[in-house]
Design a protein around this ligand. Structure first.
Ligand code: ZN
Length: 111
C-alpha cells in the first residue's frame, strides 16, 4: 500500500515547514490520473499523524481532473485515464498537462 509512504512524506514535509508549531490544516492536491486513492490518504493520515504536531489537523484534498494536449490537432482534451485518446480527433498522441499531481499546496500553522 503506497499511500502509507506517500502520507508519511506529506507529514514529514509539513513538520519541516511548521518549525515546531502545531499544524491546523493542510491542503493536498491529488490528480485523478495519479494512482493515489484519496480515501486511503485520509485513512493513513489519521494513523500517521497521531502523536505529532499534525494530530487533529484538517486534511483538505483537492482533486485535479486529467487534462491532455493533443499533439496531432492541438486541442486540449479531458482525460479520464492515462491512455485516453483526444476527444476531438481520436489521436493517441496526447501529452498529459494535468492530473498527475500529488503535492502539498498549503499548510496552516497555529500562531
Ligand atoms: Zn486531437
Amino acid at each position: 500500500m503506497h499511500e502509507m509512504s506517500i502520507t508519511q512524506g506529506i507529514i514529514e514535509l509539513c513538520l519541516q515547514h511548521a518549525g515546531g508549531r502545531r499544524i491546523m490544516s493542510l491542503g493536498v492536491e491529488i490528480g485523478e490520473l495519479s494512482s493515489v486513492v484519496p480515501e486511503a490518504i485520509e485513512f493513513c493520515f489519521e494513523a500517521c499523524s497521531r502523536d505529532t504536531l499534525l494530530e487533529g489537523a484538517q486534511l483538505i484534498i483537492t482533486r485535479i481532473p486529467g487534462l491532455g494536449l493533443c499533439q496531432e490537432c492541438g486541442a486540449e482534451t479531458p482525460l479520464a485515464d492515462l491512455f485516453a485518446p483526444c476527444n476531438l480527433c481520436g489521436s493517441c498522441h496526447v501529452k498529459i498537462v494535468a492530473g498527475e499531481e500529488m503535492r502539498v499546496t498549503e499548510i496552516e500553522v497555529e500562531d
